[in-house]
Design a protein around this ligand. Structure first.
Ligand code: C2O
Ligand code: CU
Length: 508
């Protein structure tokens, strides 16, 4: 294993991904921000310098287990203080698990302003067995023209009694409203690495007249399943093999479709919910002529249809249902209007409020006895879970739209999902459950998750719709506090950073 080092200078740049120029948060003067790439087991070191000038920041490496390195998880208020303008922070962790991942700011609803990018952790041994000639990153996102601090201010205002948030104005593929062209050679296999880095919307993907073989979801290698179309909630990743045609008679198209299911208001007429890209065949004989004929003949609208149910995607390693359950935690999604505050969404007893003093610091200094709310601060009532226990989360969603739920520091088993309330038992669960790190809880339904508390740290469990997280749709798990005390976690650097953390302002 090697050490892979990145020096990231976070600062404002101007970009016009859909033709509208606006300030975005870039890295080293570039946007889209660079891809992070390593092999499983490598040590990744990311030196971050915050040159935004007007906002604090952080980086979260979504999907990384951060075993023994909770202080590098990047979640502000949980594992670190925000990095103030002019300061720096170094993240150090082992690249694990392998898969298609991403990294993004985890500081007060910041990442939709651009600080999000793809991260690939290769498993070279496994990839060699796939027989692919090329790996193609595909980053999907919704997009806004206004900046998050302004939009968050009105979203979280007292007057917003129904929790209405702005509707995105564009769909981006690889951070552009013009999707990239694929150049396929006949008779090859391509590995598409897809991630939804958006703020709200689920995205679906299909390729005309080609099937996909799913081999990975989030950080889990899965037994191959063939499908024509897939859909990704915010935060989810799919790794799929596309077999190109032996004798293509034309070029083809692919389509990406944004779902308006989670929107709280009408989509603007200018918003294109479906965008299309071209799959071009680089064949010696027919080339351009066939492309032309193909595009003239084919005027149909391509759109992803029935999508694959992720329950069909089971881990390649055959990991069995975790038992016995030491503790079941019941969470109920509740959105309500609070006097003087406005609408908030909660998962636990109250809406989560970001702590000024990171909970990891509290857990490190107070240890196993730190179970009471007073210790962690107002709005922060963590679940304390003991080392190696199997934890079950029963999450109920009475709302008319789904939520993509993400747990830091783990991949969980998704053991049940359906309408209404869960009332079954172990016998109803699959012997080898689907496993990933973002799972959707359906509208008017439930999802049941299991994970083993084998990773001492403090981990956030939250909805990955950025508006909902800002609203308080999160809880924390203080995992194995006794083990934390025994020094298994590399503590977060720079406690003093929490001082003088100013309110974020938009870039003029
Ligand atoms: Cu993609 Cu809490 O993270
Ligand atoms: Cu949500």
């Amino acid at each position: 294993a090697k050490t892979v080092t990145y020096n990231f200078n976070v600062g404002w740049v101007t970009a016009a991904p859909d033709g509208f120029a606006r300030p975005v948060q870039g890295i080293n003067g570039q946007w889209p921000i660079p891809m992070i790439e390593a092999n499983v087991g490598d040590r990744i070191v990311v030196h971050v310098v915050n040159n935004l000038g007007n906002q604090s920041t952080s980086l979260h490496f979504h999907g990384m287990y951060q075993q023994g390195t909770a202080g590098s998880d990047g979640s502000v208020g949980v594992t670190q203080c925000p990095i103030p303008p002019g300061s720096s922070y170094t993240y150090t962790f082992i690249a694990n698990p392998p898969g298609t991942h991403w990294y993004h700011s985890h500081d007060r609803g910041q990442y939709p302003d651009g600080l999000r990018g793809i991260m690939i952790v290769h498993d070279p041994v496994w990839e060699a067995t796939l027989g692919v000639t090329e790996q193609i990153p595909l980053v999907f996102s919704d997009w806004y023209h206004e900046q998050m601090p302004i939009m968050l201010q009105s979203y979280l205002a007292e007057e917003n009694v129904n929790g209405i948030f702005p509707t995105p104005v564009a769909l981006l593929v690889n951070e552009s409203s013009k999707p990239p062209e694929f150049n396929f050679k006949p008779g090859r296999k391509y590995l598409l690495r897809m991630v939804n880095v958006g703020a709200v919307a689920t995205q679906s993907f299909t390729i005309q007249d080609h099937t996909m073989t799913v081999v990975g979801i989030d950080g889990i290698e899965v037994k191959p399943v063939v499908t024509s179309s897939i859909s990704l909630n915010v935060g989810q990743r799919y790794t799929v093999i596309v077999q190109s045609k032996l004798n293509p008679l034309s070029s083809f198209r692919y389509a990406v479709k944004m779902s308006p299911d989670m929107f709280t208001g009408p989509a603007p007429a200018s918003l294109q919910l479906t965008v299309q890209g071209v799959v071009k065949y680089v064949s010696k004989l027919l080339g351009l002529i066939l492309d032309l004929i193909g595009s003239l003949l084919d005027t149909s609208t391509l759109s992803p249809s029935t999508t694959l149910d992720d329950f069909a995607l089971v881990p390649r390693d055959g990991e069995r249902l975790l038992t016995p359950v030491a503790r079941t935690i019941h969470l109920f999604i509740n959105q309500q209007n609070f006097p003087d505050i406005g609408s908030r969404i909660q998962l636990g007893d109250q809406p989560y409020v970001e702590s000024e003093y990171p909970s990891l610091f509290t857990a490190l200094t107070t240890g196993a006895t730190a179970a009471d709310p007073v210790t962690y601060g107002p709005g922060i009532v963590p679940f304390i879970v003991q080392y190696n226990d199997v934890i079950q989360i029963n999450l109920t969603n009475p709302q008319p739209f789904p939520h993509p739920m993400h747990l830091h520091g783990h991949s969980f088993q998704v053991v049940a999902r359906g309408p209404g309330l869960w009332d079954g038992g172990d016998a109803d669960f699959p012997p080898v459950p689907m496993k990933r790190d973002v799972a959707s809880v359906p509208a008017g339904g439930f999802v049941v998750l299991r994970f083993r508390a084998d990773n001492p740290g403090v981990w956030l469990f939250h909805c990955h719709i950025e508006w909902h997280l800002a609203s308080g749709m999160a809880v924390t798990f203080v995992e194995a506090p006794g083990e934390l005390q025994r020094g298994q976690v590399v503590g977060p650097a720079g406690l003093a950073l929490c001082a003088g953390n100013a309110e974020p302002k938009s870039k003029p």
